[in-house]
Structure formats: structure tokens, C-alpha cells
Design a protein around this ligand. Structure first.
Ligand code: G6P
Length: 607
């Protein structure tokens, strides 16, 4: 996926590019690099690993020049070494690239046959060599760039600077986002508005297939057929203020502690605390008559959608299909006439979710997205977008954005239930009242930090961990397992409690913690008996429950953590917090890089 940035500046480009890369590090952090133009030539600094390594290189060997490009990488083709780090360059051109050039092998053979000598295994270098060969034939940068673009297939965004053209920066977008920032006598290019926001608030987005030529104070946009086009300049609402960790050790810890505030802010958007009524903006479909909903997303956002499915089916009686976007996009499901889709995404940039959006739109579905970034590609491509008010989430593993997604979905489920006459005003008031208690319950749960840390000390010793839940807590068991895997690298599985005897029970021995989400309520007895089956086989049961569930579970469970007593409706939001906190503490004990776990990226903009 990677983050790209470019500048034609008035001051030194390298510090500014480095700063912008810090805001793009969520897109990848395997290696990073910067190239600037100086004295008719190109100079580069690159470093393997986190951005801090590049900063150290630049400190030791500063890079002059006012025009340049920068890149933070999440490796797709070629190992994350310095040699494979971007920018890729020849003496004539330097290129940064986000995405994948799918026909790179074919282009490489063609260029090698003509005598090109490749230095890396990257797909990006094929574009650089192609461009270089056109420049060598005497073409000017702009026509050469336009011609080279016609030869590459895939989903990508590109930025390029050219030796001997100190006030020229070219960019292209095909399947990966790219924004242009307008400064005073300066121009910027970046993967998103966040990268550019402190530099300028005046942003224009490239449309699919567009490319752009930036000079000192102008941007000329062209579509895929090279026809000049206008792209509106908007005043971005995104704040580029560098988000600090405050007194917290990690962004993830800080973000976990923001749960109460974020839940309160998000719920207030969609609930009226005075009337206890759900307050939804205009939707692109009528929930009273919609025939079917398709819900899709990736990673934790999909697990939020999965909970949403339980809620919407139960409260509104709308049939819902929920699938991960990477499957949905190729499954080619029959889509219902009069149907609609709900997409969930923190970043609003995830490639598979965007591809699913396209498929659903082409299939005649109205698109409602739940996103945390108002100007994201997904928000702009949807018929309507509902915002989570989570603020920037920096930790790669989603925490507060996930519970904020749940909060929006809970409001939607109640609103849909009312619209379809499945819920009356009393039901609505009861459910919204329960939701309005969630922020204060979230704060109570965070006070259990010491208990959860003690539990983490046990879990940290394990090689395998099982998370169990039933009903709408089943996706939260999956979230617990996903979070633990992501940041502590301990193998974990989430299972529907009733499925345990169909396989995972074979894993159970005294080494395997079985972490159960088991509050009192109609499903309590069922889950408790599954846990007893695990305990009877030597399994170490650790349970999150409430006051009523605690006593019976203590008879056989090794650890019981009591959470506030809430109804089944809001339980998934509240149970997400302790499982995330548990994963956090386990990761800290294991000494992993909590905010930037290995091999992951916050926003997955490649397939
Ligand atoms: C990555 C992140 C996850 C996130 C998923 C979907 O895998 O590490 O935390 O849930 O992408 O991202 P999105 O931005 O679409 O919510």
C-alpha cells in the first residue's frame, strides 16, 4: 500500500517530506525514502525499517533541494530492504509509487530485451525504467509520463520528479487515492489530505484514471484520455495537527482510554438524549421498504459489521448478508432488487472494501458507508456516509474506531426497527437509554485495567488462545482473537461457543487459555456449559461476565472479571473494550511493537 508525498516548495523539501511521511506511516513502515532535485540531478536518501531510521540518515547526510518526493513502504514486490525502498530512480527521474503494477513482469522482459538493467525486484522499477527509456528517446517529462501511464495496469498512485526540471512534479491515480495541495507559491502531492493538511487546507482530489502536472503555483489535471479536466479545490476539514501520545506509553493505550469520549461523541450524532429517539440523517434507501442489506468490510471493521448484522436482523427484521470484502468482491452474489449495502471502514481507503463498493453499486445497490475519515475515497464514492467521531486512530490495531463503528450500527439498527414498525417508541427509548449508558460503562471497564493486566500475565505465557462468545458476542470473540494475534503474535482463534465441540475442543489442554465472553442473560447457561466442557478437559477458563454471571463461573473458572451489568443489546460494545485491553497488555509484556506490529499496516490499499 505505502504512502506517497511530493512537494515543489520554497524551503528545503526534505524536512517537510519527512514530516508528511510521519502522517502517512499508518500506510506502511517497512522502509522509507526521499529524493530531491539539485543542480540538475537527483539525490536520494533511503533506509530500511521505521521512519526513524530515515530521519537518522537525513540527519547524518542532509538532503538539500526544494522539490522532491517521499515514500513510506509496505512491501509487496521485493523484500523491505534499503535497495528496494522508494524513491526508485535513474539519473533522469525519481518515482514514488503506492499500489501494484500488475503487468510488471511483461514490461520488465520487454525493457530488458531493449538493454535496460534493473537494480531491484520491485514492480515500481518497471515504471521508472519505462519512463527513463522514453526520456532517453528525447521525450519531455509530461508526454513521457502520459505515455508510460498507458502501458501500466493495476491499482496504484504515482509521483515523479525529473532531473533538469526543478519546478515540475507529476502524479497519477489509478485505483489508489491521490490528493493535490495548493500552497502559496508551493504545490503538494499526497496519498491523503492528512499528509498535506498542515501544509495547506486547499485540496483537490484526482479522480480515477486522472494524472496531474504541478508547477510552482498551478495544477493541470488530465483524465485517462489525456483530456484536460477541472477538479474542484475544497477546503479540507482534516486536521493535520500531529497527534501526540500524551502521557501514554503507546498510541494504542491512549486510544483505548478514549473509548468513553469517542462513544459519547459518536452516539450524540445519532441519538437525541432528551427524547431518547434515534436521529438519522437522510439515508440513500428507505429502511422501511429495503428488501435486503449486504454488509461488508475488512479486518476489525468487518467484525463490527458482523455485530451489526445480528442487531439489524433482530431489531429490524431486515435480511442481511455479511461477508468480508475480499470474498464478496469475487463471490458475485445475486443482489436483491431494491437492496442496499452498508460498508464499514475506519480509513475509507481499504482496497477490497472499495472494490466491493464498486461491485455493489454496479449491482444496483444503494451504498451507505460508515467511515472515520470524512474525505476518504469511500465516503466520496458512497450515496451517503455516516461518520464515526473517533478522531485520528494511529495505532495500527483498531480500538476506538471499532467501538465507534458499533455505536453507529446500533443506532442504525434501532432506527431501522422503528422505520419498519418492529419497535415502538417505548422500545426505542429503552434501547437508546442503554446506549447512552455505554460511555460511562466504558469508563468503568477501563478502571479494571489492573485486573486485566493480571490476566494478561497468564495469557502472555500461552502459545495458543481460544476466545468464545455467542450471538452478537461471537464477533467480539473473533475481535479478541484478531487483536491478540495482530499485536502480540500469539496464535488465537475466536469461535462461536456452541461450535467448540465441533473442533477446537481438541486443542484444549492445561496450556490453552479459553477466554469467554459470558454475561448473564438468555444465552448464559449455554455458554457456561460449553466452558464447563473445556474446564473438564483441563482447559483454563478465563471469563468476562457481570455480577450475576460471576458466581456460577467462579466454580470452575481460573479468572473471572466482572464488567458492569448491561442488557444483551449494548454488551458487544462493552465487551470489545476488555478484549482489546487484554491484547494490549499481553503485547506490552511480550515486548512487541504495539503501535506498529510487524507485517501490518493501518490502511490496506492493495488487494
Ligand atoms: C487493517 C487494520 C485493521 C482494520 C482493517 C480494515 O488490517 O490493521 O485494524 O480493521 O485494516 O481497515 P479499515 O480502514 O477499512 O477499517
Amino acid at each position: 500500500m505505502c504512502g506517497i508525498v511530493g512537494v515543489i516548495g520554497r524551503e528545503q523539501a526534505a524536512p517537510l517530506l519527512l514530516d508528511a511521511l510521519r502522517r502517512l506511516e499508518y500506510r506502511g513502515y517497512d522502509s522509507a525514502g526521499i529524493a530531491t532535485l539539485l543542480d540538475g540531478g537527483i539525490a536520494r536518501r533511503r533506509a530500511e525499517g521505521k521512519l526513524g531510521n530515515l530521519a537518522a540518515v537525513l540527519e547524518a547526510e542532509p538532503l538539500p533541494g526544494t522539490t522532491g518526493v517521499g515514500h513510506t513502504r509496505w512491501a509487496t514486490h521485493g523484500a523491505p530492504t534499503e535497495r528496494n525502498a522508494h524513491p526508485h530512480a535513474t539519473a533522469r527521474v525519481a518515482v514514488v509509487h503506492n499500489g501494484i503494477i500488475e503487468n510488471h513482469a511483461e514490461l520488465r522482459s520487454e525493457l530488458e530485451a531493449k538493454g535496460a538493467r534493473f537494480e531491484t525486484e520491485t514492480d515500481t522499477e518497471t515504471f521508472v525504467r519505462l519512463l527513463d527509456s522514453l526520456l532517453a528517446e528525447g521525450m519531455e517529462p509530461i508526454p513521457a509520463f502520459a505515455a508510460a501511464l498507458k502501458r501500466v495496469h493495476g491499482a496504484f498512485a504515482l509521483g515523479a520528479v525529473f532531473a533538469g526540471h526543478p519546478r515540475l512534479l507529476l502524479g497519477a491515480r489509478q485505483g489508489a487515492p491521490l490528493a493535490v495541495g495548493f500552497g502559496e507559491g508551493e504545490m503538494f502531492l499526497g496519498s491523503d489530505a492528512l499528509a498535506l493538511a498542515p501544509l495547506t487546507r486547499r485540496i483537490a482530489y484526482l479522480e480515477e484514471g486522472d494524472w496531474v502536472a504541478l508547477t510552482d503555483d498551478a495544477a493541470r489535471f488530465f483524465d485517462a484520455a489525456d483530456t484536460p479536466v477541472e477538479r474542484p479545490v475544497v477546503q479540507t476539514a482534516v486536521s493535520g495537527a500531529v497527534v501526540g501520545k500524551g502521557n501514554y506509553r503507546h498510541f494504542m493505550e491512549k486510544e483505548l482510554h478514549e473509548h468513553p469520549a469517542v462513544l459519547g461523541d459518536t452516539l450524540r450524532q445519532y441519538l437525541d438524549p432528551k427524547t431518547l429517539a434515534v436521529r438519522l440523517p437522510r439515508l440513500p434507501f428507505d429502511p422501511a421498504t429495503v428488501s435486503r442489506l449486504t454488509m461488508t468490510a475488512c479486518g476489525s471493521a468487518f467484525l463490527a459489521a458482523h455485530v451489526g448484522r445480528y442487531w439489524i436482523e433482530k431489531l429490524a427484521r431486515i435480511p442481511v448478508d455479511a461477508d468480508v470484502a475480499s470474498e464478496l468482491r469475487y463471490r458475485d452474489p445475486p443482489l436483491a432488487e431494491g437492496g442496499a449495502a452498508i460498508l464499514v471502514s475506519q480509513s475509507g481507503e481499504t482496497a477490497d472494501t472499495m472494490a466491493a463498493l464498486k461491485l455493489l453499486k454496479e449491482g444496483g445497490q444503494k451504498i451507505l458507508s460508515i467511515v472515520n475519515v470524512p474525505e476518504s475515497t469511500m465516503a466520496r464514492a458512497s450515496d451517503a456516509a455516516l461518520l464515526t467521531v473517533a478522531g485520528p486512530e494511529i495505532g495500527v490495531a483498531s480500538t476506538k474506531a471499532f467501538t465507534a463503528q458499533l455505536a453507529v450500527l446500533a443506532c442504525l439498527a434501532v432506527g431501522f426497527g422503528r422505520a419498519r414498525g418492529q419497535l415502538d417508541a417505548t422500545d426505542e427509548a429503552r434501547l437508546t437509554h442503554a446506549l447512552l449508558q455505554v460511555p460511562s460503562h466504558a469508563a468503568e471497564i477501563l478502571e479494571k485495567d489492573a485486573q486485566i493486566r493480571a490476566l494478561a500475565a497468564e495469557v502472555a505465557k500461552a502459545r495458543d488462545v481460544l476466545f468464545l462468545g455467542r450471538g452478537a458476542l461471537y464477533p467480539i470473540a473473533l475481535e479478541g482473537a484478531l487483536k491478540l494475534k495482530e499485536i502480540s503474535y500469539i496464535h488465537a482463534e475466536g469461535y462461536a461457543a456452541g461450535e467448540m465441540k465441533h473442533g477446537p475442543i481438541a486443542l484444549i489442554d492445561k496450556e490453552v487459555p479459553v477466554i469467554a465472553l459470558c454475561p448473564s442473560g438468555p444465552l448464559f447457561e449455554k455458554t457456561a456449559s460449553n466452558l464447563q466442557e473445556a474446564a473438564a478437559r483441563g482447559g483454563r477458563v478465563m471469563a468476562f461476565t457481570d455480577a450475576e454471571g460471576a458466581a456460577p463461573l467462579r466454580r470452575f473458572a481460573e479468572h473471572v472479571i466482572e464488567l458492569p451489568t448491561v442488557g444483551a443489546f449494548s454488551a458487544p460494545i462493552l465487551h470489545a473494550i476488555p478484549v482489546q485491553l487484554l491484547a494490549y497488555h499481553v503485547a506490552v509484556l511480550k515486548g512487541t511493537d504495539v503501535d506498529q506490529p510487524r507485517n501490518l499496516a493501518k490502511s490496506v490499499t492493495v488487494e
